[in-house]
Design a protein around this ligand. Sequence first.
Ligand SMILES: C[S@@+](CC[C@H](N)C(=O)[O-])C[C@H]1O[C@@H](n2cnc3c(N)ncnc32)[C@H](O)[C@@H]1O
Length: 221
Amino acid sequence: MKCCAGSNCRAFESVFDASYAEDDLEEYRAHGPAKSTRALLQAIQDATPVAGATLLDIGGGVGAVHHELLKAGARSAVDVDGSSAFLAAARREAERLGHADRVSYLHGDFVTLAGEIASADIVTLDRVICCYPDMPQLVGAAAARARRVLGLVFPRDAWWARAGVWAVNLFERLRRDPLLFYVHRVTDVDAVAGRNGLRLHFHRSVGILWQVRVYARDATP
Ligand SMILES: C[S@@+](CC[C@H](N)C(=O)[O-])C[C@H]1O[C@@H](n2cnc3c(N)ncnc32)[C@H](O)[C@@H]1O
């Protein structure tokens, strides 16, 4: 694992800590992926064959996306996360599920590491861009590495999501918490994907907070 420096990484390390990771792992073992993650997984499997595919899971958390796609036949996965506690939890789960030899782990801010990370057939950002200020850098680097499909879950671009995030951020600032949350404009996300040759293939709202968007690369003529 690489070391993670910089203010984004300090925030990830402090907020996404061992007890958060433990709770998330317990939840995943008990109930499987979250509803929005299930919708993302289904949309990816509808968009492209998963058998034999390679996966880049950015901000994978305890690894729900890559565990499920590896179970569905994906060849290998790279998990990049700014939280060492989440990476350790994802690795523990991969060992329990018997596919740890098919996963590589990188610790750090994906935007900083992107230059040394290979492209993959499927790239995912599941509930990740909501904790990152520079959406164009993060989504742009992810899109550039998506050979077939890029899948995201992020907050709906709606007034109630903005109001909720504003309230959460006020609380975060009062507690001097290092991590803030963001509702990025959906048109901006679409534009970054488009500039990287990806077209919107699927979109769906899940509950009042989340939306799933899957982009696919135009087939070469
Ligand atoms: C809210 S959690 C989501 C985890 C998981 N994908 C899920 O949906 O359950 C956000 C995760 O993304 C990671 N993260 C956010 N921005 C990142 C970046 N630029 N590079 C690497 N990891 C990042 C955080 O460390 C954290 O583990």
